[in-house]
Design a protein around this ligand. Structure first.
Ligand SMILES: *Cc1c(COP(=O)(O)O)cnc(C)c1O
Length: 589
């Protein structure tokens, strides 16, 4: 149900229009133009903005092959790309007044690249998607929007030029004049080049143009992991930006300098986004601190706590992620809530028993056993292997006669991430290891649909990132609002969300020694918690076979985390602290 929250709260700012740029959007499993947390967060952001009638327009790319679908064999992950069309994801191709497709053009070193524009409506919000697979382009250029995060360095910069510059031109072609630009992660940063070009063409000096675009820009950084803070060689960036520098009338090196940090050889999208945005934030309180330290080099004269990067902690869209029976049962008796949750565990057990029977695995799951979920991208820092450091100890835990435990795992590794793929091969091998008795299941092809069943159908949500690399994480919030108790490293959102009522903290949130020493300590803490706290509490039952202490925690997690970590709270903060101030400074500039 939508509510005119924005118009009511900011009656004087009705002219605000926020263009929200992102390389991926996770709106639902039937719209596969996302890979993981960043995209799903962007999807939840648009949905919550629509709920509150905040004037936001999403801008992204339409990927004709999307992100890959994953198959698991005995040697691990295999990728398959499936062609899709705008129509197949429920989008509409936008036409001009004469009935011809709206077509934007972006100059690149190989010549002009054209794109059509698709639109998806999410209630009061629209999402525009640029599509280069059109006859106006050469065969090679049609591939620019084929695959999310695909291709080599040249392909990456071509996609990002199309997203940023083409996105601004698509808005202009539609007669939309945003007052605020939100760069959700650095991929879209070249939009600032196009905005500078516009401002200079309207008669401003470069310095005036720069101040104006900066004042109306919001940048959100989403990860301290290097792969998420893309860099290009200066040569490659020079090749792409040279004609734009010429049109703007500045030396090319001035634009190159926007992406440089002292001593770093390459051009970074994050430094450029930070330099060209007055408003910048990380995605949890802890990540804000990490980002201020990480990017201190851009403001060497400031104390680190004065580095202008704040934080807004991520949230999740409750109507998307919370099971309807849990939303109902939270106001009912313990028995009702417990039964609703066991029903959801039953759905997961059914899914995992069929979909997990791959590559010689024989799942042996039951709906009444303590069910642990671990599903996320297989990026190295998420340490999917941590749980398996001592397989014998794990096997004893899973097979205790009166207190069985089962683990459901899912996740994809980026096709070029050999280490992530090796982890998938290793973890999925445990699913067919007889000593684990079929109690570890790997469900292939993790996506939003499987994710929904997993977050709704587990008792415990396990997360073991290497501190402090998990900027926020959102899957744990989705699990919590469904009554799953988090068992996680004190990183990202959990450093804020943890209380002994909501779940368990693995280790104490400090770092020690080498990576291997840290892994050993975290593993010991995890297994000890499982053996001495988690499993005993789950199996401590009353006369109705309900675990009272556990129920108390479930209720607290559903209620408190649903309140504090909802996307509604998140987009309100974006509006109050970033969008409206950026809008006001843009209007007065
Ligand atoms: C929520 C979600 C993510 C993000 O999960 P994290 O563990 O927070 O990184 C990734 N993929 C899917 C399908 C999700 O639903």
């Amino acid at each position: 149900m939508t509510q005119p929250w924005f118009a009511t709260t900011f009656p004087a700012d009705r002219e605000m229009v926020v263009a929200y740029f992102c390389a991926e959007f996770g709106l639902g499993a039937d719209v596969p133009i996302y890979s993981g947390g960043l995209g799903i967060l962007a999807g939840d952001h648009l949905k919550a903005a629509a709920d509150l009638e905040i004037p936001v327009i999403g801008v992204g790319l339409f990927y004709s092959e999307g992100y890959f679908s994953q198959q698991i064999t005995s040697d691990g992950q295999h990728e398959r790309y499936l062609p899709q069309t705008g129509e197949s994801i429920g989008a509409t191709r936008l036409l001009d007044a004469t009935g011809m497709p709206i077509c934007v053009c972006v100059e690149m070193p190989t010549g002009p690249v054209y794109a059509h524009v698709w639109r998806i409506e999410i209630g009061t919000v629209q999402l525009l998607l640029l599509d280069a697979r059109i006859p106006e382009n050469t065969e090679e250029d049609q591939g620019i929007t084929a695959r999310l995060y695909g291709g080599d360095r040249t392909m990456r910069i071509r996609q990002e030029m199309l997203l940023g510059i083409g996105g601004i031109r698509a808005l202009a072609a539609l007669g939309i004049s945003p007052t605020v630009y939100h760069l959700n992660e650095g991929h879209s940063v070249f939009l600032q080049i196009e905005r500078l070009r516009h401002a200079v063409a309207r008669g401003r000096s470069y310095d005036e143009a720069f101040s104006a675009i900066r004042a109306s820009s919001v940048f959100t950084t989403h990860t301290p992991v290097p792969a998420g803070n893309e860099v290009f060689t200066d040569e490659l960036v020079r090749e792409f930006l040279a004609p734009y520098a010429h049109q703007i009338g500045v030396p090319l090196e001035r634009l190159i300098a926007l992406g440089k940090v002292a001593d770093e050889p390459d051009f970074g999208l994050t430094p450029m986004a930070l330099r060209t945005s007055t408003f910048a934030n990380g995605v949890s309180k802890l990540h804000g601190e990490v980002a201020r330290t990480m990017w201190h080099g851009l403001w060497p004269h400031l104390d680190v706590d004065k580095v202008p990067i704040g934080s807004i902690t991520n949230g999740v869209h409750l109507p998307t992620w919370q099971a309807a029976n849990i939303a109902r049962a939270i106001d009912q008796s313990d028995r009702d809530l417990w039964n609703a949750h066991r029903t959801n565990v039953g759905h997961l057990v059914a899914l995992a028993s069929t979909r997990g029977a791959v590559a010689g695995a024989h799942p042996q799951l039951r709906p009444d056993a303590l069910t642990i979920g671990f599903s996320r991208r297989f990026a190295t820092y998420k340490r999917a292997g941590l749980l398996f450091r001592d397989p014998d100890r794990l096997a004893r835990l899973l097979s205790a006669p009166h207190a069985p435990v089962q683990i459901v795992i899912a996740g994809k590794a980026h096709p070029a991430d050999t280490h992530g793929k090796a982890l998938i091969a290793m973890v999925s091998a445990f699913a067919r290891d007889p000593s684990m008795a079929g109690r570890i299941v790997f469900i292939p092809d993790y996506d939003m649909r499987i994710g929904e069943t997993i977050v709704q159908g587990t008792d415990v949500w396990l997360n073991t990132p290497r501190l402090p690399m998990e900027a926020s994480g959102t899957s744990g919030m989705k699990a919590a609002i469904n009554g799953s108790l988090n068992l996680s490293i004190l990183d990202g959102w959990w450093a804020e969300g943890f209380t002994p009522d909501h779940g368990w903290a693995i280790d104490d949130g400090t770092r020690c020694g080498t990576d291997d020493e840290q892994d050993a300590r975290d593993h010991a803490s995890l297994l000890t918690l499982l053996e001495t706290e988690v499993v005993p509490r789950f199996y401590a039952r009353d006369s109705q076979d309900i675990p009272p202490a556990w129920m108390h925690m479930m209720r607290a997690a559903i209620t408190d985390i649903g309140h504090d970590f909802s996307a509604i709270r998140m987009v309100r903060e974006y509006a109050q602290h970033l969008y409206v101030p950026a809008h006001r400074s843009a209007v007065s500039a």
